[in-house]
Design a protein around this ligand. Sequence first.
Ligand code: F0G
Length: 435
Amino acid sequence: MPAELACFEERCRARYPITEVIYNCPRCGGLLEAVYGKPAQPAEELKTLWRARRGSNAPLDQSGVWRYREFLPFLSEYQGVVTLREGNTPLLEARQAARYGGLERLVFKHQGFNPTGSFKDNGMTCGVAQALRLGMTRVACVSTGNTSASMAAYSSAAGLQPVVFIPHGNIAYGKLAQALEYGARTLQVEANFDQILALVRQLAERIGIYLLNSMNPFRIEGQKTIMLEMMDQRDWRVPDWVVLPGGNLGNTSAFGKALREMRDLGLIGRLPRLAVIQAEGAAPFYDLLRAPDRSRLIAVEHPQTLATAIRIGDPVSWPKALYEVTCSGGVVEKVTEQEIADAKAIIGRCGIGCEPASAATLAGIRKLTAAGTIARDADVVAVLTGNVLKDPDYIYRYHTGALEAPDGTRIMPNFGNSPKVVPNDADLIAGLLSQ
Ligand code: F0G
């Protein structure tokens, strides 16, 4: 079966050619996904092939996305693919974080090691490859920061013109700086993420720009490789839990799809459970899972969190994410600003570090182990989605006791590490350091 786009809605499942420029099902408005027939090779052969490619110097094989191309065969040829060697992110064991989270052992899959410092690169190399294949010249996204940084880099590298739309005053400086440096035309809109997404969807059609937000199914295909690479690195031993932050819920959708497809192809024997963690002030998915009627998500009109990456009140991919959390026997938890900030400092103390949204994972784990949902001896992988340097302002404020939650309450620097100003005096400094 050739690659096709299919409507995700069970009652519709309409199919479209893989090269149609659509973001939602023209028939029912549902989300779209890429679907394929089974790869020609059996599971064991694929595992051997993918492992062997790690030793290759071919750019495509060096990519932690395209190395697994049999798992996302939406292109008919690979000549135009632009790779910045995305993926290839490590699994890092963190003892102090495990203790803090109430676990015997905890491993982070750190997507902040990507070329632009977030998991968006896994998806963007695919989204941009599709844009090139479709003959597009301009691409656009709405972003809380990381998508814009990634899209700016990949589209510029591919010779496409990037246009990014970001909520004015509500993205971390590291991310804004990247969009500028990578040459994106950058529009800071005076509205929140959800409002801008509605605006840009209208604009895309009107001025013929290709949209690279995560409802773009090719982005989701690329993000599947985060789970594939994780399993490859674990020699295909399935963890009990995969914990990740939830914003627009593209990653939750991608991880779930990847895990189901791996199971269906016989690459793994069972599914790990997904635990999605949201910030308390932007937790519509958490609310949905507890609502009597799960057929409609009630948006949070004014989402608030210092973890700006996940400051989203109306997540586009919620139907897919709901399906994946349900299929995996997963859970959704929410955490406070203080919990995120403290968890982030602990991840920092492990010598690992991450941006605020990523730290929601450890804060969520702590809550879920305390409640007995995750067992102390469970095999847990938490996905850190963004690099520590994305939001240095947050870090400085936390450690110096100057961080305030959106409602004005002060975040306590429970694990603070404030710098000290000292005179240029050796005796004094020696005295200070001997204490
Ligand atoms: N973590 C980070 C660092 C992110 O940048 C995002 C999303 C998420 C988690 C949430 O992932 O949307 O797949 O549930 N950032 C998007 C952006 C929205 O525009 O960069 P999700």
